[in-house]
Design a protein around this ligand. Structure first.
Ligand code: 4NP
Length: 159
């Protein structure tokens, strides 16, 4: 039995990008037959949306690709997450800076940018909150690509 891994996706509100990443990545992990070995969660650095479900535009964009994220509820990042998750992958530089401030004090898992695992030239998953539906489709594309790379990284460590 190979070792288990845990992955935490982090954005600002935990209602657009990171719940989408959680849903997309869970589907990739399921396809790979690794649901028992990989734990997946998401959170936001902000507190505004705690307890709320994903933004309707994220729900729609994910549903179009056969992914249901309607059961997810937003929670806020805590320093304990750096002790419990093997991967803390963050959507953009501002949120990475905020998580890193806590990491410098707390130690634990070093947070990284999610798109480091992808093929795109982009460094950040753009915040779609104040834009239109096309921004949410773009988020899905970037997340699918980086999710494949992240899963590959975990599988290499499992081997
Ligand atoms: P997320 O998007 O960080 O991808 O969940 C946002 C959600 C809410 C806000 C900003 C970004 N907001 O300002 O409330």
């Amino acid at each position: 039995m190979s070792r288990r891994f845990s992955v935490l996706f982090v954005c600002l509100g935990n209602i657009c990008r990171s719940p989408t990443a959680e849903g997309v990545f869970r589907k990739l992990v399921e396809k790979a037959g690794l649901l028992e070995q990989i734990e997946i969660d998401s959170c936001g650095t902000g507190s505004w949306h705690i307890g709320k479900g994903p933004d309707p535009r994220s729900l729609e964009a994910a549903a179009k690709r056969g992914i249901d994220i309607s059961m997810l509820r937003a929670r806020q990042f805590t320093e304990r997450d750096l002790d419990t998750f093997d991967y803390v992958v963050v959507m953009d530089r501002q949120n990475l800076a905020d998580v890193k401030d806590i990491w410098h004090q707390n130690g634990g898992t070093r947070p990284t940018l999610f798109l480091e695992y992808g093929q795109s030239d982009l460094v950040e998953v753009p915040d779609p909150y104040f834009g239109g539906q096309d921004g949410f489709e773009r988020v899905l594309d970037l997340i699918e690509d980086a999710g494949e790379g992240l899963l590959g990284d975990i599988q290499e460590r499992m081997a």
